[in-house]
Every structure is written in C-alpha cells, then in structure tokens.
Design a protein around this ligand. Structure first.
Ligand code: C6P
Length: 406
C-alpha cells in the first residue's frame, strides 16, 4: 500500500514553510528531496567510518571501502547490469557523458563520422558531442521532434546510416516528459554498428531500468535526482567497450604502476575513477536505492501518473495555459506557458505562495526554440507529492491570473 503521508514524514524538508506557507515542492526534476535514510547514511559514514578508500590497511579504511564498494553493488543490481566492473562512479550524469565523449569518442571517431542526438536533449547530452565533433571532424545530426514532443516517426530510421557511430538519446526528456523508445533505437543503431548512450537522468526515479534488456552500450544518471546526494552519479558501460577505452583523467587509484617512463592502468572500474571519490555520496546513493526499492518503483510510477493526470486535467481546463510536451505516455513533468505572463513571473508569484517550480529553458534551449517560447514553467513530480499539492499549484496559478491578467 502506497501511503504518501507516511512517506512524506521520511523527508524532513517537507515540513518546512516558505514565505509563511507550507512548502509545496514541485521541482524534483531539478533535484529530489532527500529521505532520512540518505541523510543518516551520510552522517553515519562521517561519524563512524570516515577514511580514504582502497588505500589503508587500517580498520576504518577497510570499512569505508566495503561501504563504498557495497554501494557499487547496489547500483549494479538497481539497473540490472551484469558486472560490478561496468559501474563507474562519476560526479553526475554530466560528467559521465563527458567521460564517454572524451575517452570513447576521441579514440573512435574520424572526420565525417556521425553522432546522432535528438532535438529534446539536455545541454549535457549536446555540448560534449559538439566539443567532440570540433576535435575529431565528426558531424552532429539531430533527430527532430513533433508538435507534441515525441521523436518524429520514421526519423530515427531515416537518419541512422553507415557513418553513424554513436546515438545519444535521453530516456525521458526533462523539459517535456517524453519517454523515448530507447530499446528500439538501440536495435536500429546496432544494425549499423553504432553504439548508444542513454541519458537516464530523468528516468531512473520514475521507472525500473534494466540496461541488459535495453542492450544500451552506455547509461548515465545522477544520484541527486534519485533521492540521493549531489556530486555523485553513474556511468554504466559494457565491459568490452570500457576495457578498450583509455582513461579519462589521470591520478591516484586509476593506476597499476607508475614510473616516469611508463604508467599502466588499474582494472575496471577503477581505471575511470581517478582521485578520492565522493565516498559519502556513493554510500548515500546506495541508501537512496535501498529506500526506493523498499517502496517499489512500480508503486511510485503509479502514484506519479495519478498526479500528472490530475495536473494535466486542470491544465487543460485553464484558459490561456498551454502545455508544452504532450506526448503519449509522458512522465514526471508538466511544462507550460501562460498567455500574457512571462514564466519567470509565474515562478516568482508561485514562490510567494510556497510553491516551488522551475522556470527557464531547463538546460534544453533547442526545445524552447522548437516551440518558439523563451522559457516554460515546469512543475515536476516525485513520490512525496500529493493531489492536494497539485491543487495548491493551480490555486497559485489562479493568483497569477488575478495579478497579471484581470
Ligand atoms: N536536469 C533539470 O532541472 P546533472 O546536472 O549532471 O546532475 O544532470 C544533467 C542532466 C542530464 N540529462 C537530463 C535529461 C537532465 O534533466 C539533467 C539535469 C536538471 O532538468 C538540472 S538542469
């Protein structure tokens, strides 16, 4: 049984007030709030285990190493990867994509090769590929999206060709909520020998993910959008690919042996984890995964679908409000514009009412260009939101209407 009120008590921040009103937090696509289990896991680490990992023979270092490596095992199981060697800790989704672009990309691309991304990508899944194209002479191609925010039917098929080397695709769009058919895209890409990187930043908290079933070559996500800490994220890569890739950064822990003449590298996953990692963050992420699995992602998804359906219904009945992103099966976010009011003004008035949403381009400027809007207002939902909070959002939007349009 999914008990949202009991669940909310696990998130201390949800008890606070903003501008004298109860906080209505509808910005979880930017970052989720953290449950006690995560806060306590980090605190427990600093209070009882704090030491550097993989380095010391002393008890604390060994216990910290066990906790850190235990978190890697949790991540592996959570996304269905076959081997722990395939789980690389990074600072977040952004760093994971840059790692692949830098390490796989510079080794694998020649002038005229093609990288295919979509028009709905977050800047983190655009700019690293542009930098790579500049460095290698590869060409960036963009799969267009339709009026509702889905990939244009047939476009992937038409655009994947013999020169395609990599497809970078988001599983769920942060600006539109669109869920992309990534398993189909992987099949199409593999037919021409291209590899696929799936950006799972907005997917992992909303639906179960199985990287083996998807058969993607790389999968990335951030801990902080999964009820975990900031500064920790994951790159999953197929072992055979990771083995062939050169290190991304050099430093401690990623080496086997160093002399001034020659350095050899550590085995996976450590080859890609130079320097002291965010140990507490990884442990916190492990706790977030335990927490989420205890509640059950299917139950979370059903609850969020109800919230989104309720919000969509109210949005459709709201004169002058237009939703941006209405693809069938979308999840997590309601992006919208209001005739005659700039999204930043909407965000400011809502904040005064205690309602936190994000306004702006959501680090997806090409999406704004596609729909010819300067920005949108975006409410995003998580397991702890309630139907009452959706109603509070729309009450606050009526206040915006009163102030600006009446
Ligand atoms: N989107 C949002 O408000 P980082 O910053 O590395 O944790 O995640 C980057 C990222 C990559 N891909 C997608 C689809 C994303 O949504 C994000 C982050 C936040 O929508 C902050 S811009």
């Amino acid at each position: 049984m999914f008990e949202v009120e009991a669940l909310r008590r696990q998130f201390p921040i949800l008890q606070r007030q903003v501008h004298g009103r109860p906080l209505v937090y509808l910005d979880s696509a930017a970052t989720t709030q953290k449950p006690l289990a995560v806060i306590e896991a980090e605190r427990h680490y600093y209070e009882t285990l704090n030491a550097n990992i993989h380095r010391g023979v002393h008890a604390l270092s060994q216990e910290a190493t066990d906790a850190f490596e235990g978190a890697r095992d949790k991540v592996r199981a959570f996304i269905g990867a076959a081997r722990r060697e395939e789980i690389i800790f990074t600072r977040g989704a952004t760093e994971a994509i840059n790692l692949v672009a830098h390490s796989w990309g510079r080794q694998s691309l020649a002038p005229g090769d093609e990288i295919l991304i979509s028009e709905m990508e977050h800047h983190a899944n655009i700019v690293p590929w542009q930098l790579l194209c500049e460095a290698t002479g590869a060409i960036l191609k963009v799969i267009p999206i339709d009026a509702r925010g889905a990939l244009v039917p047939g476009a992937v098929d038409a655009m994947i060709g013999p020169r395609t080397r990599l497809v970078g695709i988001t599983q769920v769009s942060n600006a539109l909520g669109t869920v992309n058919p990534v398993a189909d895209i992987v099949r199409q890409a593999h037919r021409v020998g291209a590899v696929v990187l799936v950006d799972g930043a907005q997917a992992v908290a909303h639906q179960p993910v199985d990287v083996v079933a998807l058969d993607c070559d790389f999968y990335v996500f951030s801990g902080h959008k999964l009820y975990g800490p900031t500064g920790i994220g994951v790159l999953y890569g197929k072992q055979a690919l990771l083995e062939r890739m050169p290190p991304y950064q050099g430093g401690g822990d990623m080496i086997a042996q160093v002399t001034f003449e020659k350095t050899t590298y550590n085995s996976l996953p450590y080859k890609f984890e130079a320097g002291t990692p965010h140990i507490a963050g990884a442990i916190g992420l492990g706790a977030a995964i335990d927490f989420l699995q205890h509640i059950g992602l299917d139950a979370v998804a059903r609850h969020e679908d109800r919230l989104l359906a309720h919000a969509t219904q109210q949005a459709e009945a709201f004169e002058g409000l237009t939703c941006v992103g209405t693809a069938p099966g979308k999840v997590g976010v309601l992006s919208f514009v209001m005739k005659g009011v700039h999204p930043h003004d909407i965000g400011t008035i809502l904040d005064r009412e205690g309602v936190a949403i994000r306004t702006g381009h959501h680090c997806a400027m090409p999406v704004m260009d596609r729909y010819q809007v300067p920005a949108t207002a975006r409410a995003s939902f998580a397991m702890y939101n309630t139907i009452g909070e959706v109603d509070a959002l729309f009450r606050a939007l009526r206040r915006v209407e009163e102030l600006f349009l009446k």
